[in-house]
Design a protein around this ligand. Sequence first.
Ligand SMILES: [Zn+2]
Length: 205
Amino acid sequence: MASQISHIVYADKYLNKKNSSKINRNNFILGTVFPDIRRMAKGMSRRDTHSSFNVINLNFNDLTSFKAGWKFHLYCDIKREEILRKYNFYSLEGTTDFACAPSKLLEDKIIYEQYGNDWGELVYFFRNPSEIKLEIKISYDMYKLWYAVLADYINRKPDENSMQAFLLNLPSIADKADDIIKVTGDLEKNQKAVNILKEVAQKII
Ligand SMILES: [Zn+2]
């Protein structure tokens, strides 16, 4: 659902470390926030976008930059859970509410400033995304809409208004937006939770 900003920050950290000339940075980032399009596209399941590779690792040989970013998303999903479980994050109050949406929104807010590049450039790119040949059944209109919604969301450090606007675009949880934002606010006051989420960004890559 959320965590879109976090996924971008993780990708940025990875690309800075790796410094591969074979990877097109923008398309990698496009790919890394692609899998959760399922939250917006009706009739899609998690499996449709989260089971596309036999082995999940950081081997991106023979993949397009977009597909590499996609695979990187799945890698981060797994690593993130490992780290959170190690610190018993889910024993803290509110962390599992609404399928963990508040934890993800809070993480986005906490690490927004860790992006090493200009968010504005990425916003522009998301409003004019590369035309990628997608291997799953999804319309190009939906593809463009997803990135347009993300462009608005990443445009500034998440606050109640931008979170609300983002959640309202996700059919499965739109009606719970107010409650999700309230729990996110409560969670932000829990220093232990905040510290663990900061750890994720440090340790994931
Ligand atoms: Zn995911």
